[in-house]
Design a protein. Structure first.
Lengths: 232, 107
């Protein structure tokens, strides 16, 4: 690979944009195709499918066999609430290669001491969220239990293509929340995207166990969906 | 903390800019149970330093050796590794799969 191409590849990835590299493994000939340019590529159909599945692999083409390397952004995990569960969920997300951000306007909670080596934004969701590039590769969880903080954050996430949205609270709490969010302008279809009660049903009791059940559910959404798309 | 593939490719760029000889290895095909999916990257420099993985540790040693050849010659190579079998292979995958790895120079 030419250093210019490697540099361009890294720049796209820094900006959280998907990119594809097509390599003729016989000759070494290679080209980089940014996600926005895929439709103009001679292999548009093949590349689009691979991008959608986020899966690299060999392809037979009119020009011979090529290897398509698909680079999609790392998943990011945005946690609303610098609470006890988040103190396990944030490092757990990091271990699973997520870009993790914790948002909480309550400065007593959102401290570096409680979240060492984690990006913490001590501000309200309307200020903290827009710069985060909440995209298809984002898992979004609301854990504060405080409607003043969770509701605007969830409304923001519901307007975007996050692959996972979860909110802490019992069925009763969640029913009340749905009513409020509907009043706030969310459609029934979008409200159905919220996972609540949050997490896989593994009988989690402690905050750390709840974090594990949430991370399990996020992983399931990330991977099982991809497999189904492949089978289709 | 794991090394993510962003970090691996970033290291490849940095190493090259420092003037090191650098090769990039990529898993291009897998059969059976293979430890790392297609597209997985390993970055190697001309002194045998490496980051990332193509097999979770089974064949990295052999890939590094071949990569140093690729850095010298500048010619890309496709390597194939199968089931560990002392008579047929010097190195192999204990998991029973087969992988093909493309090794190219960063220049």
């Amino acid at each position: 690979m030419k250093i210019d191409m490697l540099q361009a590849l890294n720049a796209e990835r820094d900006a959280r944009r998907a990119v594809v590299v097509v390599t003729d493994v016989e000759s070494g000939a290679q080209r980089l195709v940014k996600a926005v340019d895929v439709e103009m590529d001679p292999l548009a159909e093949v590349l689009e499918k691979r991008l959608r599945m986020a899966k690299s692999g060999m392809e037979e083409t009119a020009q011979g066999r090529v290897f398509v390397t698909v680079y999609v952004p790392s998943p990011q995990l945005v946690i609303i609430g610098a609470v006890h569960i988040s103190q396990t969920l944030a490092p757990l997300g990091r271990m699973l290669d997520y870009d993790v951000t914790v948002v909480d306007p309550r400065t007593a909670f959102a401290t570096e001491e409680r979240f060492p080596n984690i990006k913490v934004i001590a501000d309200w969701p309307d200020v903290a969220l827009p710069p985060l590039n909440i995209d298809h590769y984002t898992a979004f969880v609301a854990l504060t239990h405080d409607p003043k903080i969770d509701d605007p954050a969830l409304l923001y996430a519901l307007e975007r293509d996050c692959f996972y949205i979860g909110a802490l609270g019992s069925r009763k709490t969640h029913a009340k929340r749905l009513a409020r969010l509907k009043e706030g302008g969310a459609s029934d279809a979008s409200l159905g995207r919220i996972h609540a009660p949050i997490g896989l049903a593994i009988g989690a009791v402690s905050p750390a166990e709840i974090a594990v059940s949430i991370m399990g559910e996020i992983t399931q959404r990330l991977r099982v969906k991809a497999d189904k798309a492949e089978a289709a | 903390m794991n090394m993510r593939d962003e970090d691996i490719l970033k290291a490849a760029e940095d190493w090259r800019k420092e003037g090191r000889g650098v090769a990039l290895a990529t898993v291009i095909e897998t059969w059976g149970s293979a430890p790392r999916p297609t597209g997985s990257n390993l970055v190697i420099d001309n002194e045998g330093n490496f980051l990332g993985s193509v097999s979770g540790g089974c064949v990295e040693g052999a890939v590094v050796t071949e990569a140093i050849d690729v850095i010298d010659s500048g010619k890309p190579k496709v390597l194939e590794f199968g089931v560990a079998d002392e008579t047929a292979w010097k190195v192999g995958l204990s998991c029973g799969g087969t992988i093909r790895v493309y090794v190219e120079k960063v220049n």
